[in-house]
Design a protein around this ligand. Structure first.
Ligand code: CTP
Length: 480
């Protein structure tokens, strides 16, 4: 049977489901089941938009920062304690971060916060009973335990932690905690004497050995008059941040602090104001490398010839036409730590570029005199002083791939060459895939590392992984 992931539904469908389920005091999943049942029985409610009650309005507004984040979901178990009131704020803080929240209230928690308030804030039905026939007909506690990305317990009372440490499952909260295969974040809250009690210390140590993550408790005044010490539950914003760190661990940025320069695309060499010499390069490989370097945390400058591609996010792109303009922008971008020359630079330009459009004459085609363009890769490789510590060239060959690439490495003076066969049969020029060989020097010898056929994005990721390794091995001095 197919299974339906509600958080992958369209935003307006989710909003409709949330409003309808909150109105009917059912979980979103139950609401979907009811809708399907009614549909089969031919008595479905019309799908007219529901007016949102003021406190069960559309999903919490998301900031520019959070809108690109992947969605996640949390089962929040609210334990019984005065700190339970902070969990209402916690629901809001999690939702601000595009984290869906389904709440479970223990019996004791219901003395401090109401299901109504929790349901209105979470836009979901609230769960309280292990033996609730409505949700248990399909093992609701198992779904609450597993149909989420993280379980948060706030406040985590001494009693709840003791039950967890000993594997008890005599109510909904402890059954979920025992049945889950998701990570668990506890925000303990209790009197300082309870926190320091030997039994609690043993339980905390056991839970940490079991891989449970704790946030807090903080020290401060207790609700009980005149008492202070360690035991106050962490603030909602701290718990939400801890949950987010577990749900969306920071992406490694191994090239942070490095400047990477990349050339890409063809160059256009003018013949006259309307005509030019060009080649079939699409720029896809260079753009993919720029995106991969940016994702690895580098500051990326991409100097690109004319291409039909969107500028990669977070990359400084300089658009140029000719080889001479490309060289100018490359030189102006120095110093850099790593330079990757993926552009298919035209080897020649027209010496006698026409100021006006060349006209047909009875004498036939006017002779085009070609002169060699500057070799950007060779120029930068041979620089003294500003030479980037790692210079990588490409070799586009149609025959004798490895031999030609090896001699290019020597001739141009770069550190590595990425050799690719661009004969028409390979479809590399303009295509999406590439088969490359990384040619480098190892212990005075030339080494060839042949990679399997990959997409240009995969080639880019692999190349940047090699760059990262080389940066780590050689500890490249920062460009200054
Ligand atoms: N390159 C460059 N400037 C040029 C020509 C090439 O920077 N005027 C760079 C390319 O970006 C690539 C490498 O040199 O990194 C090799 O380019 P390729 O076109 O394969 O070789 P060519 O130098 O043009 O030599 P040949 O025409 O003999 O293959």
């Amino acid at each position: 049977m197919a299974s339906l992931t509600i958080r992958k539904l369209d935003e307006n469908v989710k909003t409709y489901l949330r409003l309808r389920s909150a109105k009917n005091r059912r979980s979103v999943e139950e609401e979907v089941r009811v809708i399907l049942r009614e549909l089969i029985e031919g008595r479905e409610e019309p799908l007219t938009p529901l007016a949102a009650p003021p406190d069960v309005a559309a999903p919490a507004p998301t900031s520019q920062r959070t809108s690109a984040l992947p969605e996640a979901s949390v089962t929040l178990i609210i334990g019984g304690g005065i700190a339970a009131y902070k969990s209402l704020d916690l629901i809001r803080r999690l939702k601000e971060r595009r984290i869906e929240v389904r709440c479970v209230l223990t019996k004791a928690a219901q003395q401090f916060v109401t299901s109504l308030a929790v349901s209105a804030l979470s836009h979901e039905r609230v769960y309280t009973d292990l033996f609730d026939p409505q949700s248990e007909f399909d093992a609701g506690h198992i779904r609450l335990a597993r149909d989420c990305d993280l379980i948060v317990v706030a406040p985590a009372t001494a009693d709840l932690m003791a039950k967890m440490a000993h594997g008890h499952a005599d109510d909904l909260a402890s059954a979920i905690l025992l049945a889950t295969n998701r990570r668990i974040l506890l925000a303990p809250a209790m009197n300082p004497l309870m926190w320091n009690n030997a039994a609690t210390r043993r339980n905390v140590a056991q839970l940490q050995r079991d891989g449970v993550v704790l946030i807090g408790p903080n020290s401060g005044e207790m609700a009980e008059a005149g008492e202070a010490g360690v035991g106050r539950m962490s603030e909602a914003i701290e718990i939400a941040a801890a949950a987010e760190r577990l749900l969306r661990p920071p992406v490694p940025r191994p090239l942070a602090g490095k400047r990477v320069l990349i050339t890409a695309g063809p160059t256009h060499e003018p013949i006259d104001p309307v005509r030019y010499i060009a080649n079939r390069s699409s720029g896809k490989q260079g753009f993919a490398i720029a995106a991969a370097a940016q994702a690895a945390g580098a500051e990326v400058i991409l100097v690109s010839g004319p291409v039909d591609l969107d500028d990669p996010d977070g990359v400084t792109v300089k658009h140029v036409e000719s080889a001479r303009q490309m060289l100018e922008h490359v030189q102006a971008s120095l110093p850099v730590d790593i330079a990757i020359f993926a552009a298919a630079v035209a080897d020649w330009r027209v010496a006698n570029e026409g100021e006006q459009k060349l006209k047909k004459t009875s004498a036939g085609m006017p002779p085009l005199q070609l002169v060699e363009n500057p070799d950007i890769l060779a120029t930068i490789s041979k620089l003294i002083g500003k030479r980037p510590p790692l210079v990588i060239g490409f070799a586009a060959e149609t025959e004798h791939l490895i031999d030609n690439a090896k001699s290019k490495l020597q001739r141009k003076g770069c550190d590595w060459i990425v050799a690719n066969d661009v004969s028409p049969a390979t479809g590399v020029m303009g295509g999406d895939r590439n088969t490359v060989h990384l040619i480098s020097r190892k212990n005075g010898e030339i080494a060839v590392d042949s990679w399997p056929v990959m997409t240009k994005e995969q080639v880019a990721t692999e190349l940047i992984a090699h760059v990262v390794k080389s940066v780590a091995d050689k500890s490249l001095e920062p460009a200054s």
